[in-house]
Design a protein around this ligand. Structure first.
Ligand code: CP
Length: 304
């Protein structure tokens, strides 16, 4: 695996290998123990052209735990504001002996463009591109599901909210299908559900109560207002009434269902605090697992 750009098309054995490798890193990711030398002498550049709290920070922690040298480009203070193109920026960073680029960009396809352009010894990891893909989030979501549910072949998984604009939903759907989850449900208003879900093997529900019945895993998504140019947005109160996850609605799922959210959460819009902070929520565990999963991805992509 030279780059990680998307989960779509990634063979099941590679996905499983990443999850297994991450599992071997969990003690290291959870506690401050000795670093691994797997990326010693390598330079990892974090290029976040869009804001991030979880992804950028956990990539940095993961790279440091693999002994890499990490450089976080401050995009707002960089020469992109003077009109420098994305590829010229990449060329210049490559000239600084970069080994790996971790890229988040508002434009779908930006990490693919970089991967096509860079020298063969360079590696590109997609940290979220537009509404297209967020592969490491998809992988850490699969890690979380496997951690709590052990198997994939007997699960009903519901993804709820703004699926149309969500790169996380797309990566999760590809990963869940690859790992053999028999029932994937997409729940949301018709205006926020992309066409072609059924062709991807996903059951579509506009009624949240109906869609949540008996599910084992609930993945909540926020409204991606920044990607809804010109769209008629529902009010937060109206949205919460129909698609907010409350304790009452959660009770329709399996009694041991887990509640996930990639973050950032908008409390009182897609999820109420009693659920977000409740016993079934594994939202902060997802963040912790993200360190191990990103260590696994960087070590495998980096050929360590
Ligand atoms: N889940 C996720 O991508 O969060 P950030 O935007 O904070 O990185």
């Amino acid at each position: 695996l030279t780059h990680l750009l998307t989960i779509e098309g990634l063979p099941r054995d590679i996905v499983t290998h990443i999850l297994d490798t991450a599992e071997s890193f969990v003690p290291l990711a959870e506690r401050d123990v000795k670093k691994l030398p797997l990326l010693r002498g390598k330079s990892v550049f974090n290029l976040f052209f869009e804001n991030s709290t979880r992804t950028r920070t956990t990539f940095e922690i993961a790279a440091k735990r693999l002994s890499a040298d990490v450089y976080n480009l401050n995009i707002n203070a960089s020469s992109t504001s003077k009109g420098e193109s994305l590829l010229d920026t990449i060329n210049n960073l490559s000239a600084m002996q970069a080994d790996m680029f971790v890229v988040r960009h508002a434009s779908s396809g930006a990490p693919h463009l970089i991967a096509q352009h860079v020298a063969p010894h360079l590696h590109v990891i997609n940290a979220g591109d537009g509404r297209h893909a967020h592969p490491t989030q998809g992988l850490l979501d699969m890690y979380t599901i496997r951690h709590y549910k052990k198997e994939f072949h007997n699960l009903r998984v519901a993804i709820v909210g703004d699926i149309l604009h969500s790169r996380v939903a797309r990566s999760d759907i590809h990963a869940l299908s690859t790992l053999g989850v028999p029932e994937i449900r997409a729940i949301g208003p018709l205006t926020l559900l992309p066409a072609g879900m059924e062709q991807m093997g996903v059951k579509v529900y506009t009624d949240m109560e109906e869609g949540l019945r008996g599910v084992d895993v609930i993945i909540m998504l926020r409204l991606q207002n920044e990607r809804m140019r010109g769209a008629l947005l529902p009010s937060a109160q109206e949205y919460f009434k129909h698609y907010g996850l409350t304790q009452e609605k959660l009770a329709l799922a399996a009694p041991d269902a887990i509640v996930m959210h990639p973050g950032p959460m908008n409390r009182g819009v897609e999820i109420e605090s009693a659920v977000a902070d409740g016993k079934q929520a594994v939202i902060l565990n997802q963040v912790t697992f993200g360190i191990a999963v990103r260590m696994a991805v960087m070590s495998i992509v980096g050929g360590a």
